[in-house]
Design a protein around this ligand. Structure first.
Ligand code: FES
Length: 183
């Protein structure tokens, strides 16, 4: 009775493995898995030498992908940082002690996160600004053709190497209660 149950369980595990429900990993791979991969069920094969658990690795490699970004301050000083894909330039600036204010914390209610994309090719790779962003940009000090709000510029692989200039000053009407007129 017990033996037949055991055989049934063994058969089910085999089927799930074949169906890709469980990843098959070696001991070394199991121990190297990032913490979030422990949520994925695995079958640990102590003597296996084949690597079959690529899906979780790929997801984590993508998550850990970083791009190079250079911030140039008003004195022309450059700071090179690595920014994870998916992170806004405002967050990246704050994490790296770069003086980009961001008074409304990314809620499109100020222009204090104004940055100037220094290369038009990179500017053209950005998503189109929302109307709210354009409204706020209209209030920005030193607006240029390639101005954007840093909280709306999200790191993606195509932006690797982007250079962002910080304007000499910022204006902060909106957070203090200013409501822009519709266009
Ligand atoms: Fe206020 Fe970006 S931080 S709009």
């Amino acid at each position: 009775m017990f033996n037949s149950r055991l055989t049934q369980v063994g058969r089910m595990v085999k089927q799930l493995t074949r169906a890709g429900q469980f990843a098959s990993v070696t001991r070394a791979e199991y121990l190297q898995r990032p913490y979030n991969c422990y949520l994925q069920p695995v079958i640990y094969h102590p003597f296996s030498t084949t690597a079959a658990d690529n899906s979780c690795k790929e997801v984590n490699e993508q998550e850990e992908k970083r791009i190079s970004v250079t911030f140039v301050d008003k004195y022309g000083e450059e700071k090179h940082i690595k920014v994870p894909v998916g992170m806004s330039m405002l967050e990246a600036a704050h994490q790296n002690d770069i003086e980009l204010e961001g008074a409304c914390e990314g809620s499109l209610a100020c222009s204090t996160c104004h940055v100037i994309v220094m290369d038009i090719d990179y500017y053209n790779k950005l998503e189109e600004p929302l109307d709210e962003e354009n409204d706020m940009l209209d209030l920005a000090f030193g607006l240029t053709e390639t101005s954007r709000l840093g909280c709306q510029v999200i790191a993606k692989p195509e932006l690797d190497g982007i250079r962002l200039a910080l304007p000499a000053a910022t204006r902060n009407f909106a957070v203090d209660g200013y409501v822009p007129k519709p266009h």
